[in-house]
Design a binder for this molecule. Structure first.
Ligand SMILES: [Cu+2]
Length: 283
């Protein structure tokens, strides 16, 4: 089989995998991650991901190349053994040291990106307490009290997808708690998720750079309606955020407050699910 034929088969195989996986050419170049994300934190993780994939490809192509070269070059031509090169010290040193160097470089860049993503500013502009429960979310805007003296909040229900409103360009802290079992806060566009564990307060900070609506999900299997535990992250301008907060503090509901801020009143990225709690027959 000629080299051209092998290359053709390999190319066809890759194209088939992409086609059957429903990928576009554009998707393929992100190697399984959404484009850059919407925060500087996600951009760092995205760059790390792309760098790691490229490094893996370089190693992969080298290894595949050597394998195929051996297959072709040393295919059986007679009964004589090909030259044996055991105990080749330089070669053994090379293949011991090289993987160590690759791991060290990957470790270095991972540690840098991780430190950046986990960095906590002691004075975030906005702090939202994210309360997870079976099977929905509550978002409490700490330090922003309503008429009852409690932080204003939004709470999801079977027929209401909770909208988490944040301003762009500001440091936002999410304080994560759970009422019952382990859940996980995940907005795919943040390229990040973190568990919400009963009895533990996790936190992380982001700076959203792009206005828009982004779907959020629970990413830890938490029971029957886990798959329906969706929310929406709504990134708005700081002016609209202030209008939203002012309306909430005046006792308005979240859809009313969003409308007062000139925003779509309900979630636009996902819909409430039919829980079929009253279904009596299997469907
Ligand atoms: Cu959950």
């Amino acid at each position: 089989m000629g080299l051209r034929r092998i290359a053709g088969l390999a190319g066809g195989g890759i194209a088939l995998v992409m086609l059957l996986g429903g990928c576009t050419v554009d998707d393929a170049f992100h190697f399984g991650w959404p484009k850059g994300g919407i925060t500087p934190q996600s951009q760092r993780m995205y760059d790390l991901w792309i760098g790691s994939v490229v490094a893996a490809f370089v190693v992969g192509i080298l290894v595949w190349g050597l394998i195929f070269w051996c297959i072709v070059r040393y295919r059986k031509k007679g009964d004589a053994l090909p030259p044996q090169t055991r105990y080749n010290a330089p070669m053994e040193v090379l293949y011991s040291v090289l993987p160590f160097l690759i791991v060290a470089v990957l470790f270095y860049y991972t540690a840098i990106a991780q430190t950046y993503v986990n960095k906590i500013d002691p004075n975030p502009a906005v702090t939202v307490e994210v309360v997870a429960f079976k099977w929905n979310w509550q978002f409490r805007y700490l330090g922003q009290n309503g008429p009852d003296g409690q932080p204003v909040d939004t709470i999801g229900s079977t027929d209401y997808v909770p909208v988490l409103v944040v301003p762009v360009g500001k440091t936002i802290e999410f304080k994560q708690v759970s009422k019952d079992v382990i859940h996980s806060f995940w907005v795919p566009e943040l390229l990040f998720k973190r568990d919400q564990i009963p009895g533990v307060t996790n936190k992380f900070q982001v700076k959203v750079e792009k206005t828009g609506a982004f779907v959020g999900r629970c990413a830890e299997l938490c029971g029957t309606y886990h798959s329906m535990m969706n929310f929406e992250l709504r990134a708005v301008t700081p002016e609209n955020y202030e209008k939203f907060l002012a309306a909430k503090k005046a006792g308005k509901s979240t859809p009313e407050a969003l409308e007062a801020a000139g925003e779509a009143p309900i979630a636009v990225t996902t819909d409430p699910f039919k829980t079929k709690r009253d279904a009596r027959t299997t469907s």
